[in-house]
Design a binder for this molecule. Sequence first.
Ligand SMILES: O=C(O)CCC(=O)C(=O)O
Ligand SMILES: [Fe+2]
Length: 344
Amino acid sequence: MGRTYNLNPAEISDVVGLCHTLSQLYSSVEGEEFLGSVNLHAHELPLNVRKFLNDFRLSDEDSDYAVVTGFPIDEGSIGYTPSHWDNRPAVSPTLKEEIYAMLLGALVGDAFGWATQQAGYICHDLLPVKGLEMEQTGASSKCVLDWHTEDAFHPCRGDYVQLLCLRNPDNTPTTIGALDLGLLSDEETELLFQPRFAFKPDHSHTQEFRGRDEHLRENEKDRLEVSYSAMNRMDTEPPLVPILSGRPDAPFICIDPVFMNRPSNHNAAAAFDALRKALDHNLMDVALNPGDVVFVDNARVIHGRKPFLPRYDGTDRWLKRFNLTTDLHKSFPLRVGDSRRLIF
Ligand SMILES: O=C(O)CCC(=O)C(=O)O
Ligand SMILES: [Fe+2]
């Protein structure tokens, strides 16, 4: 299932040098300059890590998730874990670490963001936010973050979710799980391939969790209102789509039970329950250490997080999250703002 690549000391020294050089050329990973060059700079990564991620990207069925370990995180230089994802200094204290993650990511897909999520930043902060302990978003802590497909409600969701761990003091596991079709009957599988399931936007895309979006341009802010209206519509009239798709013997999966309506049809509801049980059964823990980068295949596996106790003293668990697509064309009609990487 998962595969791991450990950078060796010589590779670590090369990669740290590359990230240091790039952090002097670019002041942010969000700008068009960096986004337009990151794929080229990724060619400068050590050959074996490029080979590892290339193999991961190309191996169809055996590609649930991949981890690259070894990048050193300097506790002092990254500073305290912020208290909110919306508290962003002009220059990120983790610029070098973000550059590292994006160099690796460029070997797997192209990063993009959502205008309606984390104020339109491409590089997301996952950290516990006071008051949101029990919310089903990445800002929660004391509850299980139920397993899900990332942005399951949206046809332009990423093909991969990428996480970079900056701090994980209690070794809180990320959870990852694949579907064992053998746990479902043929009838249940068939129902799950039918467009019977209502997906609503998850809370991280709603007005309630809207950020300051201060870096958006004026016309983008206007367009954002249209996006939020679309989110409201999807919430009240969720489209009916299948959960499983593709090859019957090795289907793609898209599911986020917390933000789905239970089907009214008895058989469809029973198939939905059986699938949830099967996914619960196969869920495993992947605890990330500082410096680890994980790529989760968002079409093949679901992921979530176990609970932890937040500290709110600057030493909390802190991850960066990126959405990666293998096909930027797909979202072209929705990337209408000046920033060409944001879906509105
Ligand atoms: O915190 C984690 O390990 C995963 C978080 C996650 O899945 C999310 O925020 O969507
Ligand atoms: Fe997630």
